[in-house]
Design a protein around this ligand. Sequence first.
Ligand code: NAP
Ligand code: GFB
Length: 315
Amino acid sequence: MKVLVTGGSGLVGLSIQQVVEEERTGCEGEDWIFLSSKDANLTSLKETQDVFQKHQPTHVIHLAAMVGGLFKNLNRNLDFWRNNIHINDNVLQAAHEVGVVKVVSCLSTCIFPDKTTYPINETMIHNGPPHESNFGYAYAKRMLDVQNRLYFQQHGHCYTAVIPTNVFGPHDNFSIEEGHVLPGLIHKTYIAKKERKPLVVWGSGTPKRQFIYSLDLARLFLWVLREYPEVEPIILSVGEEDEVSIKEAAEAVVEALDFEGKVVYDTHKSDGQLKKTACNAKLRNYRPDFYFTPFKQALKETCDWFVTNYDTARK
Ligand code: NAP
Ligand code: GFB
């Protein structure tokens, strides 16, 4: 098995790299290659085909994407659509051309319809428009699911996808303006503590999210690559009971970083989608015993990583 990981230098890619290194004995007979955008700009079909020709993978984990939090999405919806549509089309076609037998791509629970019933499950992806805040990203990701079904229909390939909830962990993008909520809050709290200023949480704090630790997600990715047999996607999420409000998430960051200052909410900033509660019954059916790292433990590990690696962290 020769596994090519696109987006191998990002949050999820580096977590998979870490788990592969930790599980070396479980990976016998597997050759792993982790790509970054320096190896190939995957928005270019030629560069994508060249890198696939060079490595001749049998399996692909496709993570590369234009990624960002709510506020980056609000500002650049068109760019999210165009970059991700090109990357996904190029990667799946290049994989097909070199005879890749399995591709596992990455969707996100934000791509589900905004007006829906809860909890969301895998059958509901195409049932109505996504939340307008990430219209471009969500539609581009939905098309990956369409493409997977068509590669199966026309060529019999097992090109499938996972659907994680909000991911966080070491090596995240800690940019305050462009990153996701947890890395953003960790960075802001770190600065507020240093400068003895209040922590400003954006929005009302009432929206809810399910967070998955990148190392847990990495372990699940390896299982999907090796064993999950379906073309239909699978939600990778903690349970509905582990959903937390942004206020609870901010309080957990405050505790993990031992911040004693004031916390204020800037309600002029967008709340984004109020919730996207996902059902992990399908995952639990396959993996009843899978252990998710408790949220506060994972958050503490992430905060410690950020403090230790402050000078070199992406921000
Ligand atoms: P990330 O940390 O921003 O990493 C993105 C990766 O994609 C990097 O390796 C980057 O390479 C690569 N990339 C971006 N544009 C590229 C291009 N034009 N050509 C080649 N490579 C390119 O993102 P992540 O959080 O790990 O996300 C991984 C996957 O999970 C994505 O598909 C994302 O949609 C999905 N996802 C993420 C979350 C989340 O909360 N983070 C939630 C659900 C799903 P460089 O390092 O060289 O820039
Ligand atoms: O992770 P996040 O940016 O994205 O979280 P989404 C946004 C929520 O956190 C909103 C609040 O309710 C914000 O008001 N928030 C509070 C903050 N403080 C902050 C902060 O400092 N930074 C940020 N970023 N938010 C994204 C999608 O949605 O989820 C993407 O836009 C992607 O497409 C990702 O799929 C997983 O969860 O709202």
